[in-house]
Write a protein that binds this ligand. Structure first.
Ligand code: URA
Length: 209
């Protein structure tokens, strides 16, 4: 699938199994999701550019590698996106963070924005848009569109699980935005849930129902 990367690290695959298991408690779900998010941040930042800089170790001068290029901004689609922010911030603590709140209008079934807070220099940053579940893809499409309207030119989308339907919708709308997912599941069901999935990610993060 063009522009879609299914992350295949064994640790990540193992931890996804723990998330999917309905016996996994809220406490454990959060902890494992944090660990997975860190692994995902590691993979998604793999191609960040480096430059050589001059430093001095306690023993001698040397040239060493240092991150260059655009700074990062993590953008969470509320509310479940927040569940994977912390793990990513563990790895890239200097990243700025933005939030986009969207709800589904019952009449039109289209996402409607109710909250938006982005760093003022978001247009100059590489944005990593996060939402645990790429289900219908409608929220992710709307969020990526909103970031482009704010001037963002470089963006990646990261999720724990994706449905083929969501991937198709998103990549059609934003063919320039690479998608990184922990797994590509079988299908979307009639209620908009990813099958086999992990249930409602927000509920599992926050212990609501
Ligand atoms: N959102 C969820 O939390 N779970 C799904 O399966 C689909 C969308």
């Amino acid at each position: 699938m063009a522009n879609v990367t299914i992350l295949d690290h064994p640790l990540l695959r193992h931890k996804l199994t723990l998330l999917r298991d309905k016996e996994t408690t809220t406490t454990k779900f959060r902890q494992v999701a944090r660990e997975i998010s860190m692994l995902m941040a590691y993979e998604v930042t793999r191609d960040l550019p480096l430059e050589w800089i001059d430093i001095e170790t306690p023993l001698e001068p040397m040239r060493s590698e240092y991150l260059t290029g655009k700074k990062l901004c993590l953008v969470s689609i509320l509310r479940a996106g927040n569940g994977i922010l912390e793990g990513m911030l563990d790895l890239v603590p200097s990243a700025r963070v933005g939030h986009i709140g969207l709800y589904r209008d019952h009449a039109t079934l289209r996402p409607v924005e109710y909250y938006l807070k982005l760093p003022t220099d978001v247009a100059e940053r590489l944005c990593i848009l996060v939402d645990p579940m790429l289900a219908t893809g409608n929220s992710a499409v709307a969020a990526a569109t909103r970031l482009k309207e704010a001037g963002v030119k470089q963006m990646k989308f990261v999720c724990l699980l994706a449905a083929p339907e969501g991937v198709a919708t998103f990549t059609q709308a934003h063919p320039d935005v690479p998608v990184y997912t922990g797994a590509l599941d079988r299908q979307l069901d009639g209620n908009g849930y990813i099958r086999p999935g992990l249930g409602d990610a927000g509920d599992r993060f926050y212990g609501t129902r």
